[in-house]
Design a protein around this ligand. Structure first.
Ligand SMILES: Nc1ncnc2c1ncn2[C@@H]1O[C@H](COP(=O)(O)OP(=O)(O)OP(=O)(O)O)[C@@H](O)[C@H]1O
Length: 594
């Protein structure tokens, strides 16, 4: 979702009705602010006082007119009144400062707790959750939705209370000032307000359409910039510009047509509001003429009417914002309510015996597509096996289940003769190291990236791991050595270098079980040799499962499991399987050799 400021129109789908249930959702979010409730209460008090002080202002301004006419009951000189006004302003300023500052403290601290809770929830959520959500959508939970809630607690709620104080206080004061004029005003203003609300709703709908068009245009910018290399390599610069211009032109068309309605709305509103005020002023003037009202009182009255008008107009927007915040809190709570896999870390020393007993598996998001079918095999501690088979046959799924990324639905996976779900999750996963096909590094230094396998590792241990991973030489050749920053996702390192950093990571982690997902794209011969040597060192003494693509690795393993359509089709050593006439493995081999 494109980032939008609070001033932009609300989308209908972002709003929720102000029901009791929905307001309860906001109350749940408010719990994050509970530790700061006393500061919040102080803010509310300051808000009440600053609004009340502000309400004195029009009254004093009216007195100013009466003092000038020599008709004031309270003040003898303009200077005296000027000082009183100054005092009101200063007091009001102090209360406003306290209000804004305290609300900011409560909101910032409370919402930082919410953000932290949300992020830790997200990282603890299982992969089954991620299969159903898009990353962009989750990002906007932490950014846009929490920002909407931030606005609610820091601005909207304060505005809401302020407008209410203004509305009620202002109405009481004008009723006391001149009951007659108040009744006259009440006959006019509600009609203006209703017209304003109805028209305003219509305008919001049309500008929401133009926002959507603009958002679509922004998607093109995002896509083109993200894949700028693809755009350039296909020499599609002109094509992308064309797409953008077309979409933007449509957005402009819709915006201008919506601006026409907005212009009518604004001119209508100004005319009718001013007309109302003029009508009140005229009637008020006639009251002054007949001696029912002092001119200063009329002046105050008109100012109060304007304040009440502004409050009523503001309330509509505030309700919209509250409805939008309920939508945001609902989405945030949805995530907080998910079941996560959080577990404290227990150290479990494993030997690395792996057994699959009749394991069948279907991904929860693709119920109609059985992936693994009654798989049976056993791997001894320290044994090295390769998973071989056509794309989509289920090789990665086997390792996903072993990592407990997904729960097994049928059959059992045992490690050291105990069903894997019996182990403490983090303790269990600590025993498994992965060197993935596509190594993505974090944006820090090389040292930090290697230490990802063991965050408390000393620099000597990091160095030793880099040495074993054949990475020391290239790291030392950089001017900043281990402190070299690898760039976003490790872009500053070559494929082979990234692989060796990943191997060093795994060496440092020192797991009993190792999963190697061989890179499909080949490295240059020299890098290949260095990576292979490093991998062999890494594999020593560990149970290893290799998702294999290359002959050179397959030949060296103890056993090869040929997977076909989720079943174990053939098992044996390279030498054994090549002997099988018409076998899947021997056919694959022939293909590769060709
Ligand atoms: N997260 C997922 N959600 C739903 N289906 C999935 C998921 N991951 C894989 N699959 C499906 O499961 C089947 C097996 O996929 P898997 O990744 O295990 O195959 P593979 O043998 O490792 O393939 P490759 O060699 O191409 O990596 C495929 O049909 C794939 O579309």
């Amino acid at each position: 979702m494109a980032k939008r400021s609070g001033k932009e129109p609300l989308r209908e789908e972002e709003k929720r009705k102000l029901t009791k249930d929905n307001l309860r959702k906001l109350a749940v979010i408010f719990r994050f602010m509970a530790p700061y409730r006393w500061i919040f209460a102080l803010g509310l008090l300051a808000l009440f006082l600053s609004s009340s002080t502000l309400l004195i202002f029009p009254r004093l301004a009216g007195e100013l007119v009466d003092v000038a006419n020599g008709k004031s009951n309270y003040f003898t000189s303009i200077t005296q009144l000027g000082l009183a006004l100054l005092l009101v302003l200063v007091v009001q300023g102090i209360f406003s400062f306290v209000r804004v500052y305290t609300f900011a403290i409560v909101t910032e601290k409370g919402l930082a707790t919410l953000r932290k809770t949300l992020f830790s929830k997200l990282v603890w959520l299982p992969l089954t959750f991620y299969d159903q959500r898009r990353t962009g959508e989750l990002m906007s939970r932490i950014s846009s939705d929490v920002t909407v809630l931030n606005d609610l607690f820091s601005i909207t709620l304060a505005e809401f209370f302020r407008q209410i104080v203004m509305l009620i206080g202002g109405s009481v004061i004008i009723a006391v000032l001149s009951p007659k004029l108040t009744v006259f005003m009440l006959l006019i203003f509600p009609i203006i307000v209703v017209l304003g609300i109805v028209f305003g709703k219509f305008i919001r709908k049309t500008s929401s359409k133009s926002q959507d068009k603009l958002a679509s245009a922004n998607v093109i910018v995002e896509e083109s910039l993200q894949s700028v290399t693809a755009v350039k390599s296909f020499t599609n610069e002109q094509f992308e510009i064309g797409r953008y211009v077309k979409m933007l032109d449509e957005a402009v068309k819709v915006s201008i047509s919506s601006a026409r309605y907005r212009a009518i709305f604004i001119s209508f509103l100004i005319t009718i509001v001013m007309g109302g005020i003029v009508a009140i002023a005229c009637y008020g003037a006639s009251l002054v003429q007949s001696g029912d009202l002092k001119s200063g009182q009329l002046f105050s009255f008109v100012l109060y009417t304007a304040i009440i008008g502004i409050s009523v107009a503001g309330l509509g927007d505030i309700f919209g914002q509250i409805q939008k915040s309920i939508g945001a809190s609902e989405r945030v709570l949805d995530i907080l309510d998910e079941n996560d896999e959080q577990s404290s870390l227990q150290h479990i020393p494993l030997e690395g015996k792996i057994t699959f007993n009749n394991v069948s598996f279907i991904y929860p998001t693709r119920q109609d597509h059985p992936v693994l079918k009654e798989l049976n095999f056993s791997i001894s501690p320290g044994e090295k096996i390769a998973l071989v088979g056509p794309s989509g046959s289920g090789k990665s799924t086997i390792t996903n289940l072993l990592m407990r990324f997904y729960p097994v639905q049928q059959g059992q996976i045992l490690v050291d003769n105990i069903a894997i779900q019996e182990y403490n999750l983090s303790g269990y996963r600590q025993n498994i190291g992965i060197v993935p096909q596509e190594v993505l590094l974090f944006g820090g230094s090389i040292a930090e990236n290697i230490a990802y396998g063991k965050p408390d590792a000393s620099i000597e241990q990091i160095r030793e791991a880099a040495r074993k991973a054949n990475a020391l030489e290239f790291i030392e050749s950089f001017p900043d050595k281990f402190e070299t920053l690898v760039g976003e996702r490790g872009v500053k390192l070559s494929g082979g270098q990234r692989q060796r950093v990943a191997i060093a990571r795994a060496i440092l982690k020192d797991p009993a079980i190792l999963i190697l997902d061989e890179a499909t794209s080949s490295l240059d011969a020299q890098s290949e040799v260095l990576v292979q040597q490093a991998l062999e060192k890494l594999m020593e003494g560990r149970t290893t499962i290799i998702i294999a693509h290359r002959l050179s690795t397959i030949k060296k393993v103890d056993r090869i499991f040929v997977i076909k359509e989720g079943r174990l089709a053939e098992t044996g050593s390279h030498a054994e399987l090549t002997q099988v006439e018409g076998g899947i493995y021997s056919n694959l081999l022939k293909l590769q050799l060709q």
